[in-house]
Design a binder for this molecule. Sequence first.
Ligand code: SF4
Ligand code: SF4
Length: 301
Amino acid sequence: MDIPLLQERFGGRAPQVRAESCLNARHRHADCTRCVDACAPAAIALEDRLPELDPDLCVHCGACVATCPTDVFSQLSPPEKTLALTFEQLPGAAPLELICSLVEPAKTTHAPVAARVQHRRCLAALTPEQLLTLSGDGARPLWLDDSACAACPLHPAHAVIRASVATVNGLLAAVGRTPSLALHTEDADRLLDEPIQRPVLDGMRPQVSRRGFFGALRKMAEDRVEQALEEEPAPMLRAAAPVDQRLPRQLPPSRKRLLDRLARLASFEEAAEAPLDREVPLAGLPFAAVHVDPAACSGCG
Ligand code: SF4
Ligand code: SF4
């Protein structure tokens, strides 16, 4: 793997790591390896069960940021925010296709979309909440071109992309909306037989109006405040502490944003008296789960 070349293609920096937020720090029986599994260049290693990142090996793909259930990895001003701005400038329900920065931005596609948008990074960097935003909460059909992932040097990231897409589609279905995300590898039957010509837009060059510019500045300031608040250390596992003080009492910020958004969507659907499917599919949801073995539990409380 040509690490300097990939670092140049993705740009940016290695994520910051807050190891104290790791599931393995919070629960002594946790055995999470999601970041290690997603990191193709093996830049993340678990030392004493906690993640350590080697910035010389990191290619800045962002897969660990999206896959960690407790927001251990973070980046200031990630390109996904600029991508969201680019999408804001495009017609709301126009079907679009996302391609990553490693594939050739061909002007033809088999996906039934109005345009292709090239993202600066690997598509695995997009969190479920960001995918939900890009899809206009399900109003916009959004294709992700993952046809090159199997042959990509970062191919472990493909599992992260598929999991995020399945999560968003599952959540949309749970609030009564049509799942709007599609993957080339999993939805091949919906691809067109013949390729069509479509423009390729640069996801890092939003056509921002004056109003949009000041809106983006305000959003940046809000993000900085949010980041500062997030930096307050999470409650740690303390061996002698009562059980109810060992587990974290706050939701990881990205999960909280996702839940807030879903709550708004669900109340919107309720207001419209749309039928709701209350059976939320748990498999693949981006939330940490603690499994208790009733046979091994002493009931100590
Ligand atoms: S997953 Fe990507 S961004 Fe995260 S440490 Fe590995 S190479 Fe760096
Ligand atoms: S894993 Fe797929 S989406 Fe990610 S960089 Fe490679 S080809 Fe692109």
